[in-house]
Ligand binder design. Structure first.
Ligand code: SF4
Length: 701
């Protein structure tokens, strides 16, 4: 290594696994990257996406380099300086708030944002604009898990640590394909299973994914029947005496109602609902019941559902009735999608939250935060969530939106509505790093942001691990860190309380707001994070240690300290299958692409795995429609259509078809956008959209 080569440790900016990366920067600025050998998350490993992150930083052709603005929708965007851009944006938001009230504007942010950016975006909207209209694309990702945890253990809390993977003897992975979507964690499961042949894996999924290929028991359930499967498993665990009676008596509320609920139906009835062999369910339940350490792992397959909260509650129940929580190798483990979805929720980054897990609906919590920020009050009005914001723009109830680091024209359900909403909005700000975002075309003001390695801040991964990300290179052109843009905007609007010297001052302010809460990180500094590399919250400022595992004392974050079993939350409606639309469309990710491909799409080697959008369909469903391998097909419903090539596979259930969610108009065509077809049905509690269940028909082109 050249003696002038500098070395940095940072965290991968793609998924919630949060792998450690070591960067070498040579004197010419060239970057070399590898997995950080000593980082406890990945132990030197990186997946295909993480291994190519340096190309994303170095390849800059797509980058937004300077602010752009247009005076009306009849004009093209034109380059302007930062001063002009910030003055115009601030003036428009000020005049809309004055004229139509604070709820006429909103901000839509991202699980990619750093914690400090999230915190300031919340402070600006909830504290100073006076509206709770700030939501994040984490709404599309983890909000059903958040609702499940909050109702069960009292707060949005992932109790386990990744080291529990090597301590567990049984895994139940449902509604997730970590082999592709959380590869490093799955690699740890694979290695653990290789080293310990008695370790068991149960996988439930309508598609026999690469994760399912490793399963000892594979449950190819009918889409949407997850709660029935969880109840069936609960029933067998009760009937066959696998309960931890002592744990339930001392630490769980609501067991009798839960038992009565799951006993309402016979095993055969559950099996018919799920279209599963009843004996497979029995075998899976026995495997769980006999386990010493049992981890449940799930993600979008359960969360992205109009019944997502119910699915989470019924799954969490399995850990509670068996006492498999708060001990090594056991517990519920929601696999977070985005790298800082958890950090964002911690600072209150959703329409329904306040910082440090405070509840927006609690007047005392609102006043605490208002006093801390030095503002008279936080509005008691619930804010619009992600899909609701675009519906409000469409109705004219919201007039302007500021979109930060996310691409709703590709990622939100029902693209036709999103497009209509953006066209009807009086003012749209898009703040992003890339011009490859389909949403940029709808902006009145484009603000170029710095990306990964071009700014500093912190993130929290899905085991509550907070890490510090240093600035390594300068941002191209005039791009600025998102935090700097937010602060300039707030100051231009004349608000006090936004005079920070650097990102750490923002972080330290947030840590003070956590004092005395369950996620207390008071006393944590950038210096401590740089020295320790990472800390799992809560952090003890006296010992300067984090917390590996929660609930080891079996005291949950509820008023009486007991966890709660729930039956039958409010269920939302999914599409009905009809003669015209008889197939269930489910959507998801592929191994080597990330979200709407604004970064991974520019790395050639990542396209070698799968280079274009496709429809996966069972050979019998295809034959009935005259579809062959590679045929161009039209997938259609009343909301829109998608045209792609068909891939025939007997690994997907009959009656179900799959589309990857990545491609948009810029990277393919308007007819490749999967969300042309998905519905705005949402879970009534979590408000998470129903991406995994849309009724469609497929025909030859
Ligand atoms: Fe990055 Fe996730 Fe891959 Fe780790 S598993 S390298 S965090 S994308």
């Amino acid at each position: 290594m050249n003696k002038n080569t500098a070395t940095y440790q940072t965290t991968c900016s793609y998924c919630g696994v949060g792998c450690g990366i070591e960067i070498e920067k040579d004197p010419k600025g060239k970057l070399k990257l590898k997995g950080e050998e000593t980082y406890p998350v990945n132990r030197g490993m990186l997946c295909s996406k993480g291994r190519t992150l340096n190309y994303v930083v170095e390849e800059q052709q797509d980058r937004l380099l300077y602010p752009q603005m247009r005076w009306s929708r009849n004009h093209e965007l034109q380059r302007v300086d930062w001063d002009t851009a910030i003055k115009r944006g601030a003036a428009v938001f000020r005049s809309l708030i004055d004229r139509f009230g604070p709820d006429s504007v909103g901000m839509y942010v991202s699980g990619q944002c750093l914690t400090e950016e999230y915190y300031i975006a919340n402070k600006l909207t909830k504290g100073f604009w006076g509206t709770n209209n700030i939501d994040t694309n984490s709404r599309l990702c983890m909000s059903s898990a958040v609702a499940g945890y909050a109702k069960t253990v009292g707060e949005d809390t992932v109790p386990i640590a990744y080291e529990d993977i090597e301590l567990a003897d049984t895994f139940f992975i449902t509604g997730a394909n970590p082999a592709w979507c959380h590869p490093i964690l799955f690699r740890r499961i694979e290695q653990h299973k290789e080293n310990n042949p008695d370790v068991k894996l149960i996988v439930a999924d309508p598609r026999k994914t690469q994760t399912a290929a490793l399963a000892d028991i594979y449950l190819p359930l009918r889409p949407g029947t997850d709660t029935a499967l969880h109840h069936a498993l609960g029933r067998i665990l009760i009937e066959e005496g696998y309960l931890d009676v002592d744990f339930i008596e001392k630490h769980v509320q609501g067991y009798e109602a839960y038992r009565d609920q799951v006993m309402q139906y016979t095993l055969e009835q559950y099996a018919t609902t799920c279209d599963l062999d009843p004996m497979l369910i029995v075998k899976a339940a026995r495997m769980m019941g006999e386990s010493e350490g049992f981890l449940t792992m799930w993600t979008m397959g359960l969360n992205q559902s109009a019944q997502g909260t119910d699915k989470n509650l019924s799954l969490l129940a399995l850990n509670l009735i068996t006492g498999q929580i708060g001990k090594p190798g056991a517990g519920p483990f929601s696999l977070t999608g985005q790298p800082n979805a958890m950090g964002g929720r911690e600072v209150g980054g959703m329409a329904s939250l306040l910082a440090a897990h405070r509840d927006l609906m609690n007047p005392d919590h609102r006043q605490e935060v208002a006093d801390f920020w030095g503002v008279p009050e936080i509005s008691p009005n619930p804010g619009y969530t992600a899909t609701q914001m675009f519906e409000a723009l469409d109705r004219g109830d919201m007039k302007a939106i500021w979109i930060v680091c996310t691409n709703p024209m590709v990622s939100l359900p029902d693209t036709a509505l999103v497009e209509r909403a953006l066209k009807k909005a009086r003012f749209v700000i898009v703040q992003d790093i890339s011009g490859r975002s389909d949403t940029v075309a709808f902006a009145d003001l484009v603000l170029p942001a710095a990306g990964w390695l071009e700014k500093e801040g912190t993130m929290t991964n899905s085991e509550r691990r907070i890490s510090y990300l240093p600035k390594v290179v300068d941002a191209p052109g005039e791009a600025l860190p998102d935090l700097e843009i937010l602060l300039r905007f707030a100051k231009q609007m004349g608000y006090h309380g936004f005079d920070y010297q650097n990102a750490e001052e923002v972080f330290l302010e947030y840590t003070r707001l956590t004092k005395g809460t369950n996620i207390d990180i008071e006393g944590l500094t950038y210096a401590i994070l740089q020295e320790k590399r990472s800390v799992q919250w809560p952090f003890n400022k006296v010992t300067q240690e984090g917390t590996t595992r929660l609930f080891t004392d079996h005291q949950f974050y509820t008023a009486d300290g007991k966890a709660k079993l729930h039956v039958g939350a409010n269920k939302g409606h999914s599409d009905m299958l009809t003669e015209d639309y008889p197939l269930v469309l489910t959507t998801g990710r592929i191994r080597d692409q990330w979200h709407t491909m604004t970064r991974t799409g520019k790395v050639n080697r990542l396209s070698k795995h799968i280079d274009k959008p496709f429809l996966e369909i069972h050979p019998e469903d295809a034959a009935r429609r005259g579809i062959k391998e590679g045929s161009i097909v039209v997938i259609r419903n009343d909301r829109g259509e998608v045209q792609v090539n068909a891939t025939l596979s007997d690994k997907i259930r009959k009656g179900v078809v799959f589309l990857p969610m990545h491609w948009g108009k810029i990277l393919s065509s308007a007819f490749a956008r999967t969300n042309n077809l998905t519905s705005r049905n949402i879970d009534p509690v979590s408000k998470e959209p129903d991406f995994k269940y849309s009724a469609v028909e497929v025909t030859l082109y």
